[in-house]
Design a protein around this ligand. Structure first.
Ligand SMILES: NC(=O)c1ccc[n+]([C@@H]2O[C@H](COP(=O)([O-])OP(=O)(O)OC[C@H]3O[C@@H](n4cnc5c(N)ncnc54)[C@H](OP(=O)(O)O)[C@@H]3O)[C@@H](O)[C@H]2O)c1
Length: 193
């Protein structure tokens, strides 16, 4: 089982969201996310889940983290509520950690077996939209990335977003997963080392 985390953060302040919204609109970045998670099992926090159109991503199995065990998901056949990260320990398929800030922090610093072996770190260099609400910031997760991971790809640059793949130091990673990620990120991107 491979655990992959993917995020897009704003350069300089590591903001990933304001209220329930991502404060930029970069269709190529949204497409990268959807291509990466297509057909996969993802885990996300309740706030992020509620930010998905119709609370779903077609074709994905979704674990929704919430403290409310009676939370009603939009699609009972494919989504399920978990009240603790522990409930994922026995999942056998690959897991894609899809945020938000609290869930990235949980996985980057949490249970050994569920720490992402791979992180897709996307950094948005443009201006943020001026939205009302509380900022979701991932500085702690970025600090873990910079300390415990090494970059194994070039930077893939497209539409003011610079993306790169990082692997946890000392970790064996499934080459087929890496290859799939590279294939998605390199499409139409300018490559910089
Ligand atoms: N730019 C990106 O890459 C990206 C990616 C994903 C999300 N986002 C943005 O990030 C923002 C949301 O982030 P967020 O940190 O505020 O919210 P979040 O992580 O999406 O959800 C937080 C909620 O998840 C539940 N939760 C988290 N940890 C838990 C645990 N250990 N046990 C049980 N439940 C737990 C709680 O739900 P309850 O309150 O129901 O108990 C908590 O309120 C949004 O703006 C979203 O658009 C950005």
């Amino acid at each position: 089982m491979t655990v992959v985390a993917m995020w897009c953060r704003h350069l300089g302040d590591d903001v990933i969201g304001i209220g329930k919204h991502i404060p930029w609109n970069v269709p190529s970045d949204a497409k990268h996310f959807l291509d990466v998670v297509a057909g996969q099992t993802i885990v996300c926090g309740r706030v992020t889940y509620e930010s998905f159109p119709n609370r779903t991503i077609e074709g994905c199995r979704i674990f929704v983290l919430t403290s409310d065990e009676n939370y009603e998901v939009s699609d009972e056949a494919h989504h399920c509520v978990i009240t603790s990260q522990k409930e994922m320990t026995d999942v056998e398929e690959d897991i894609y950690v899809a945020g938000g800030a609290s869930v990235y922090a949980l996985f980057m610093t949490g249970k050994e077996k569920l720490k992402p072996q791979i992180v897709v770190d996307c950094v948005y260099h443009g201006e943020m939209q001026n939205l009302e609400g509380k900022s979701a910031v991932i500085t702690d997760s970025v600090a873990v990335l910079q300390k415990n991971y090494r970059r194994v790809s070039p930077f893939y640059v497209q539409d003011e977003v610079e993306s790169a793949i990082w692997v946890r130091k000392g970790e064996f990673v499934e080459q087929s997963v890496l290859k799939r990620l590279v294939g998605i990120l390199e499409q139409n991107a300018e490559i910089r080392w």
